[in-house]
Design a protein around this ligand. Structure first.
Ligand code: PRP
Length: 200
């Protein structure tokens, strides 16, 4: 028997040092649809692989892949196939500012040689992670390589990186949720929330 889903109670994160919401889950979902529409148009007839940068981008990458597989009747987008790849990096540890020292925690797990690749990231802040990732991936011989990032903290940029697809430009606040963490916590929040840094 199938279960009828209804909206549950509002989730309270007891004791979490969170000031408030920055981007609702509804706004994120609408943005994922919009990005999928653009990617669909740009990659018609091309073999496409989405490379999720673990761990932060795993949720965004999954939702984007599912959206591309679903299609969009409103815009005439048809369901399409994409391949999935992962690469693991870490630069923050338990700090709230990037160390600039990007460590690989997982090697690229899928061959991208000759394929059109999009790096999917949750956030670009200083730019060190994406710069390092793009240099590494260029060496794997993709037919093309672009970036799709959900959040852009543009004022914090230290190194230049070209980002073709950007979801939201955000202010210089520390955010968690929808895959983003503070010291491995709060990745499972459904929205993007602002951390009260005076309480951590
Ligand atoms: C975060 C985020 C990006 C990076 C962005 O990853 O997911 O990959 O920082 O910051 P930057 O532009 O200043 O380099 P983190 O190193 O915290 O690892 P995680 O994805 O496992 O959370």
């Amino acid at each position: 028997m199938s279960e009828r889903l209804t909206q549950g109670p509002r989730i309270e994160y007891e004791g979490a040092p969170i000031k408030g919401e920055l981007i609702s889950s509804e706004k994120i979902a609408a943005k994922v649809t919009e990005l999928a529409d653009r990617i669909y148009e740009d990659y018609k007839g091309k073999e496409l692989v989405l490379i999720g940068i673990l761990k932060g981008a795993s949720r965004f990458k999954s939702d984007l892949m599912a959206e591309l597989g679903r299609g969009n009747k409103k815009t005439g987008r048809k369901p399409r196939n994409v391949k999935e790849a992962h690469l693991g990096t870490s630069s923050y540890g338990s700090e709230i500012t990037s160390s600039g020292d990007v460590k690989k925690t997982l090697e690229l797990d899928t061959d991208i040689e000759g394929k059109h690749a999009i790096v999917v990231e949750d956030i670009i802040d200083t730019g060190h992670t994406l710069k390092d990732v793009l240099e590494y991936l260029e060496g794997k011989g993709p037919a093309s390589l672009e970036v799709c990032v959900l959040l852009d903290k543009a004022k914090e940029r230290q190194v230049e990186v070209e980002t073709k697809y950007v979801g939201f430009e955000i202010p210089s606040v520390f955010v968690v949720g929808y895959g983003l963490d503070f010291d491995e916590d709060y990745r499972n929040l459904p929205n993007i929330a602002i951390v009260d840094t005076s309480r951590i």
